[in-house]
Ligand binder design. Sequence first.
Ligand code: TYM
Length: 346
Amino acid sequence: MVAPTIQSTGTATDTGTTGRRQRVFSGMQPSGNLHLGNYLGALRNWVTQQEAYTNVFCVVDLHALSLPTDPVELRANTLELATTFLAAGIDPAQTILFVQSDVREHSEAQWLMSSVTQFGELRRMTQFKDKSDGRDDVSAALFTYPILQACDILLYDTDLVPVGEDQKQHIELTRDIGHRFNTRYGETFVLPRPDIKPEGARIMALDNPLKKMSKSSGTANSLIYLVDEPDAIRRKVRRAVTDSGSEVRGGTDKPALNNLLTIYSLLSGRSVAQVEQDYEGKGYGAFKGDLAEVVVEKLTPIRERLETLNADPDEVRRILHDGADRARAIAGPKLDQMRDRMGLGI
Ligand code: TYM
């Protein structure tokens, strides 16, 4: 049974069919420093759309357990990721920001939803295939992970899920199992739509434009971290591969240039066509030099705010604990409703 078909891009209206303000939910794994792909594919959109929606954002530490993790590192990465969200502009006054494992409803809901999820559905997940490929220590958590992600989303009556392209299949599964639960047990969940922007949804590795920019499979020069110092950014952009030819003009046979143009365009606010016009007759050297400065200009304030916020981790913990209380107030009643409808409790 498959959920009704969907549009893949959310519309920026602030009221849904129910007349309530639309709710956005998204999450990121605390698996080390954020890179430009995470920022342009997701975090930046969370920040720019923040005022139009009711937002719930989550550091998904339970998801990180699906691959081998060091407890000390996991805890440090969790705090650092939440601090980075704040440094990038997430405003806890208008947004619920919390750590997934602080709201235990997610784990319980996962077990309940695993009973309406089919083995075959999980086996088809391309992220599972990618992440398990070549490993001999594949955990059951890596396999069942999309059910937890579905619960993250469904527990909050989420309308829109702003993510990069690689999460689309997980959102489709969320809709399918949410719909199945509704059909079997009565209307319980809102079926969410992915909010995937046409630009920036798949930022590619700087050293290989055919591979997505990714922490797990990337080399040092393939990604730019949000915390990179200006000189590191300049060096990585200078070394980024380019396509044959010398004209700054994208096209179907120019994957490297398309990627650099996308990054330039999103960070500068100029359209790709305008950027191409700006660099007519100027060649790759001038373009890459300016691209590095555009990246430095956008990332430096985030890095500086991060340094300031890092000086007061207790304040970040306070924000996260408050966020968890607010999240629990939504997820708790939804979990109670699930339990009740499934015949649990006497
Ligand atoms: P994660 O932590 O791998 O990635 C976080 C976000 O960054 C986006 N992203 C990219 N976007 C563009 N180009 C890239 N190269 C790139 N690399 C990563 C991802 O699409 C994502 O939006 N399963 C999720 C986390 C999660 C979640 C959720 C997301 C758990 N529960 C509920 C939404 C809703 C993940 O591992 O993302």
